[in-house]
Write a new protein. Structure first.
Length: 346
């Protein structure tokens, strides 16, 4: 998914929260309204299978870019991911991006740990070699075997989602793109991008050649204060999962315990969002929520959001994918609002 040189590429995150044919209808609507990409998260207990949904979307669309944001190499073996990626890429030539991450909501609910930076480095190398058609030596209890992926699909872009410094540098060293989870705050975004560029230098790559895509919660609204109160669980989740230093750079100081009771499965994917807002209010007050919305998110009028998207493009960000609040309904309202008023302004 290559960003336009004239403006930032604008995508939307679409959770596979319904039947694949219904999700495909949502993606078709985004395509008609001018979105550049649709990104699908992967969590086997929360949503439908991401590659099944991507297959339906690939067959049901013509132009829009499609990607995982993100799948993982913990609940899915790299060889399985390579086969799935090949299968989608051949249905949507030049439109598919394989976004990878450490696991997050996929690993937690089944008692697994997130992938380490070393495991991600090895996984990226293995995926690339399999997709390129090269043989790989797999080690198992019965010994080692050499195998390859039949009908490979060279050239599938591998993007790494990262928030910590080690994985940000790894994205610059070894991935085809970086997906930044730092939000759109200029202070945190510049720091995250700098780590990606450090990785490029370490690998001998030309600085600035690894494209950067930023994820951002978004709402077109005239009442940012009211909308901000709804994203308290997101702010609390970032603090809980190692993002407190990023928040502190923007003057947001939140201390959330490692374990939070009363929310399933976690704060950012809560099935009962109103309950999650109430729980998160113990650590995130209204003033903090508003600051978080203004610094990290794209909340405001269509003109406000368009202006900030232009500024991101001027700062070297190639793409943004917008997220709505909620995990178990499609981002229909966000797609309509941005498609009607923000994209035309760009």
């Amino acid at each position: 998914m290559t960003a336009s040189t004239e403006r930032v590429s604008v995508g939307v995150r679409v959770p596979p929260c319904d039947r694949a044919d219904r999700i495909t209808a949502t993606v078709r609507r985004a395509e008609r309204l001018g979105f550049d990409a649709a990104w699908f998260p992967d969590s086997q207990l929360l949503w439908r299978d991401v590659f099944t949904t991507l297959t339906a979307a690939a067959l049901g669309t013509e132009r829009i870019g499609l990607g995982t944001a993100v799948t993982n190499l913990a609940t899915r073996h790299p060889a399985v991911v390579a086969s799935a990626a090949r299968s989608v890429a051949e249905l949507a030539p030049g439109r598919f991006t394989l976004g990878l991450g450490v696991g997050n909501s996929s690993v937690g609910p089944v008692g697994l740990r997130q992938s380490t930076t070393g495991e991600m480095r090895a996984g990226l190398a293995l995926l690339r070699s399999l997709l390129d058609g090269e043989e790989h030596e797999f080690a198992g209890p019965a010994g080692t075997v050499r195998s390859r992926l039949r009908d490979p699909q060279p050239g599938v872009p591998l993007h790494l989602a990262a928030s910590g410094p080690r994985n940000l540098r790894l994205a610059g060293e070894a991935a085809d793109g970086a997906i930044l989870l730092s939000g759109v705050s200029p202070r945190t975004l510049s720091g995250a991008t700098a780590r990606v560029r450090e990785g490029e230098r370490a690998a001998g790559r030309a600085v600035g050649t690894v494209p950067v895509t930023v994820s951002a919660y978004c709402e077109v609204t005239d009442d940012v204060e009211a909308a901000a109160r709804r994203i308290k669980p997101i702010c609390a989740s970032i603090a809980q999962n190692g993002g407190a230093p990023f928040l502190a750079l923007a003057g947001i100081h939140v201390d959330v315990p490692d374990t939070v009771e009363g929310v399933y499965p976690d704060l950012v994917h809560a099935e009962d969002w109103d309950a999650a807002v109430k729980v998160a209010s113990a650590w995130v007050d209204d003033v903090t929520a508003l600051r978080f919305a203004e610094e990290f998110c794209l909340f405001g009028t269509a003109d406000d959001i368009a202006r900030r998207l232009r500024a991101l493009h001027a700062d070297g960000v190639g793409g943004v994918f917008l997220q709505h609040v909620g995990s178990y309904d499609p981002p229909t309202e966000l797609i309509e609002a941005v498609g009607a008023s923000v994209l035309p302004a760009l």
